[in-house]
Write a protein that binds this ligand. Structure first.
Ligand code: B16
Ligand code: MG
Length: 211
């Protein structure tokens, strides 16, 4: 096999929680009368919660204090977690579920590398708690994507050097992070055509052909 390990982004790769992020940010932006649409939402993929809020507030007609921003980020997270609470194992597509099962049958080590602080909650909701060999997420990093920290941590937890791991990403910030860390990247979704990626996936299961 070409790789010894795979590091998966979570939102937009394993599950479609990217849609819930959009709905929660949209509700907040509407309340603040700040223009926000799906194109702008794509700028937030892989970016931390507070950095995402800063991008949204670039279109605001006034400035916000640090305290106000903290409260707004908390408000969005409350909306988002309410959507997550209604999500169950059926949120995992058949394509993702069967591919993960096939990968688990190989010797490959599997990890999550996500900017999200909600990663443990999401993995529990979709029935993948304990499935991965390592989970690096927003709770254990100081620099969010496009910084490579989360992927470097995941690789270290797997005991593998970056060049032996493949990162799977749906965000341009994530593809950039993978490249900065010395990882090969398989890009899908919004980032599918990113030229910094080694592989371009139309479907999650296309991953099996990259190994
Ligand atoms: P949270 P990923 C990222 O997850 C999302 O793509 C991004 O939209 C979000 O702002 C970030 O997590 C932080 O999420 O507010 O739950 O801590 O794509 O890196 O799995
Ligand atoms: Mg993502």
């Amino acid at each position: 096999m070409r790789y010894q390990g795979i590091i998966f982004d979570l939102d937009g790769v394993i599950c479609s929680t990217d849609e819930y992020h959009y709905r929660a940010w949209k509700a907040l932006a509407d309340r603040l009368h700040v223009p926000f649409d799906r194109a702008r939402n794509n700028l937030l993929r892989g970016v931390s919660r507070l950095a995402s809020l800063d991008i949204i507030l670039e279109k605001a007609d006034r400035s916000y204090t640090k305290e106000e921003k903290a409260a707004l980020a908390e408000e969005k997270n409350g909306l988002y977690r309410r959507l997550l609470a209604d999500m169950g194992p059926d949120a995992l597509s058949e394509d993702v579920s069967s591919t993960l099962r096939a990968l688990r049958e190989t010797d490959l080590k599997l990890a999550i590398g996500s900017s999200s602080k909600n990663t443990p909650f999401i993995l529990r909701q979709i029935g993948l708690e304990g499935f991965f060999d390592a989970v690096a997420d927003g709770n254990c990093i100081t620099h969010s994507k496009p910084h490579p920290e989360v992927f470097l941590q995941a690789a270290a937890m797997l005991g593998l050097p970056p060049e032996q791991c493949l990162v799977v990403e749906d965000a341009h910030a994530g593809v950039e992070a993978a490249a900065a860390g010395g990882f090969d990247c398989a890009a899908m979704g919004d980032a599918k055509d990113d030229e910094r990626a080694s592989w371009h996936l139309n479907a999650f299961s296309d991953l099996l052909a990259c190994l």
